[in-house]
Design a protein around this ligand. Structure first.
Ligand SMILES: Nc1ncnc2c1ncn2[C@@H]1O[C@H](COP(=O)(O)OP(=O)(O)OP(=O)(O)O)[C@@H](O)[C@H]1O
Length: 683
């Protein structure tokens, strides 16, 4: 051990002692709080009869304040306990002009030595910490709320400290990040997504710390860290704007519950609370007041995978286009101009001219159309009152209230939606199964009409919206999100990873709905070995992708005489996996039916079937579909039934790409019969 390392080890011990002391102080303070709280409650109990309302309110407030302070102390303790395990991961010695360099240690949380009023560890989100991510040795600058600070980085060091022990430290001459990053990426997967604060890369940091963008769209190749970055961005914004945004003000729109569970640890690891989360279907049910039943996105994709129905595909394709959204908008204009057929209205002896009613109807153009009738009716009542110079009877008032909406051609949004297709001359594009069961492609179109015709609110409390898997949502869905959420947004995804190529959105599509969006493209891929990334390129090539220089075994494609033989071999793979030291094995099928079939054969302890109804991500062996595996990752992946029979359409191809890109270290494809053509192997 050299002298520098010795010094660092001693410093680590010193910091741990200070942390221990700080924890002890919090414990003492919390104990004191709870004693005082108990005494206060006791006092109130004993003196209740002599206290007036004001005393009671004051006493209640003081108890709340004490409880709040106590809770804050407990939170602080939790953070310090985490720090004691791993106090910091980086250090930079930064010298402002004409000043000596001072060391800045960077960790997951900050740690202030309260006695000396000195910051011993800086939170990774602090302005000065950006130096660590953005610069190597030499001239460097960072921005504070009061302006930029320039200087020089004279030393940059990285540490791996686990369970309070230093595993290694590395000095940076050039680009140290790669070395530590390599070690991080070579590790086995965790059962939950982990934080990446120690190895955030420069381009990622720029996204995380972007404070200006009102809509940030992140298009990144598979494994480029989109989801990780988006979550770190939220953590950053919660820190930067802590006076105005709290975790409860954020909403994540996530593709399914398993994914939500998988990512649920990142924010708590970073010292923030869980974020509220919701699926698109939940949002839809809420916006439709649970009045309709509808096909889910998963069911839509399953139907596409099970059979090729050209009319179904045509409906989806059309309803996923921009053309559709603009036709809906044109239809709304048509409704506005043509469907309110006024006539003179007789009330008693007074005749209200149709022109007056029409004029009022137009005057309220800012009010959603179906909400205007009440206001027009009020104006009509006032008109009659003035003309007749008398009060209106209850019956007359009611007659006006009923008469105005009757002048409008339809009374509900579903009828208008039906009429839209007639207006378009394409009534065959609407298929309402069993009365009111909507196809998924109609759900958000109906909601869009509802918002435009009735107005909808209810999500004004959300101050930041995070949308993952953006490629799976259509222009109409974005139009709904745009009208519903007026807050800042982070939208991320990868158009190559769509599970439904007929309804995929690219970053460019989203930009058309949000012209103010800042679009970032990420091409470096971190998840998989070079071998796996190159293999996946056979399915969906992307010339821009930059795989990280990390090697592993070549993916294997293995032929078997029959599906039974194939499954027997996979059973062997599962057995081998269980003794391999790897944490997770994903057996990723095209359809749920295939996954269930594989599960039948492979059932054993530690083998889990993941379906649309699953809510938690589990470590071990997971059998699932590509659709549900989206966003997840596994140490090793097996893709069974990779035959030409199974993978033949565009949708199948998307599934195959998603499945293969879930693998971090090992990938195996098995098949019987003929191999799928999507791998580009010559016959
Ligand atoms: N800077 C980094 N340091 C360490 N690990 C990283 C970094 N960036 C990404 N990773 C790792 O790469 C893997 C992929 O990250 P993530 O799931 O966020 O990517 P993604 O772009 O959302 O992937 P996909 O779209 O394929 O689901 C994760 O294991 C993540 O921890």
């Amino acid at each position: 051990m050299n002298a520098t390392e010795q010094e660092e080890r001693e410093y680590l011990e010193e910091i741990k002692e200070k942390l221990t002391l700080a924890i002890k102080r919090i414990d003492d303070a919390v104990r004191q709080f709870s004693d005082e709280l108990r005494q206060k409650k006791q006092y109130i109990h004993e003196h209740q009869s002599g206290m007036d309302d004001a005393d009671m309110v004051a006493a209640g407030q003081s108890i709340d304040r004490m409880a709040f302070t106590g809770e804050a102390a407990v939170g602080r303790k939790r953070r310090l306990l985490k720090l004691i395990q791993s106090p910091y991961f980086g250090r930079i010695d930064f010298a402002a002009p004409n000043q000596a360099a001072v060391p800045v240690y960077i960790g997951v949380h900050s740690f202030l030595d309260e006695r000396q009023r000195q910051n011993l560890i800086y939170d990774w989100r602090a302005p000065v910490s950006s130096l660590f991510y953005d610069f190597e040795l030499g001239d460097a600058t960072y921005t504070t709320p009061s302006g930029p600070i320039q200087g020089r980085i004279e030393l940059k060091r990285q540490y791996k400290i686990r369970d309070g022990r230093m595993e290694f430290m590395l000095d940076s001459d050039v680009n140290i990040h790669d070395d530590v990053l390599q070690r991080e990426l070579a590790k086995s997967s965790d059962d939950k997504m982990k934080n990446i604060v120690a190895t955030i890369q420069r381009d990622q940091n720029a996204v995380i710390r972007n404070e200006e963008a009102s809509v940030m769209v992140i298009q990144g190749v598979a494994g480029s860290g989109k989801t990780s970055i988006a979550l770190h961005r939220i953590a950053f914004l919660l820190y930067r704007f802590r006076d105005t945004i709290a975790a409860k003000d954020i909403l994540i729109i996530s593709p399914n519950k398993v994914f939500a569970d998988y990512i649920s640890n990142v924010l708590p690891e970073l010292g923030e609370e869980h974020l509220p989360e919701m699926g698109m279907e939940e949002l839809a049910a809420d916006l439709l007041d649970n009045r309709f039943t509808f096909q889910t996105f998963f069911e839509q994709v399953s139907a596409l995978l099970e059979q090729h129905d050209a009319a179904f595909i045509e409906r989806i394709r059309f309803k996923s286009s921009f053309e559709f959204l603009s036709q809906l908008n044109q239809y709304l204009l048509h409704v506005e101009n043509n469907y309110f057929s006024v006539a003179d209205l007789r009330v008693g002896r007074t005749v209200v001219p149709g022109v007056f009613i029409q004029q009022k109807f137009k005057a309220y153009h800012r009010v959603p159309l179906l909400k205007r009738f009440g206001q027009v009716a009020n104006d009509v009542r006032a008109y009659v009152r003035d003309k007749a110079d008398r009060k209106l009877t209850g019956g007359e008032k009611a007659a006006i209230g009923e008469g105005i909406p009757r002048m409008f051609r339809f009374s509900n949004v579903l009828d208008l939606y039906r009429d839209f297709y007639r207006w378009l001359g394409r009534p065959e594009l609407l298929r309402l199964n069993h009365g009111l069961h909507l196809e998924y492609a109609d759900v958000f179109a109906l909601i869009y009409l509802r918002i435009r015709l009735e107005g909808l609110t209810g999500y004004d409390h959300v101050k930041h919206l995070l949308v993952d898997e953006m490629q799976d949502y259509t222009p109409v869905q974005y139009a709904v999100l745009s009208r519903l959420f007026h807050c800042r947004k982070t939208i991320l995804g990868d158009v190559s990873q769509t599970v439904n190529p007929y309804s995929a959105s690219s970053a460019e599509t989203i930009e058309r709905v949000f012209p103010q969006a800042e679009v970032v493209r990420l091409y470096r891929s971190y998840r998989s070995t070079i071998e796996i990334t190159s293999f996946a390129q056979r399915i969906t090539p992307n010339p821009h992708i930059i795989p990280l220089e990390r090697h592993g075994p070549e993916p294997s494609v293995v032929h078997f005489g029959s599906p039974d033989e194939e499954l027997a071999a996979i059973r062997q793979l599962v057995t081998n996996f269980q003794g391999s030291g790897l944490h997770s094995l994903g057996i990723i099928c095209k359809t749920l039916r295939q996954a269930e079939q594989a599960h039948q054969v492979l059932q054993a302890a530690g083998v889990h079937l993941l379906t649309e109804d699953s809510t938690t991500f589990k470590e071990g062996v997971i059998i699932t579909t590509a659709h549900l595996a989206k966003g997840l990752e596994f140490d090793a992946v097996v893709v069974p039934f990779a035959s030409a029979r199974s993978y033949k359409t565009e949708v199948d191809k998307s599934m195959l790409y998603v499945a293969c890109t879930r693998a971090m270290h090992q990938l195996t494809l098995t098949y019987s019969g003929e191999l799928t053509p999507f791998l580009g192997f010559a016959k």
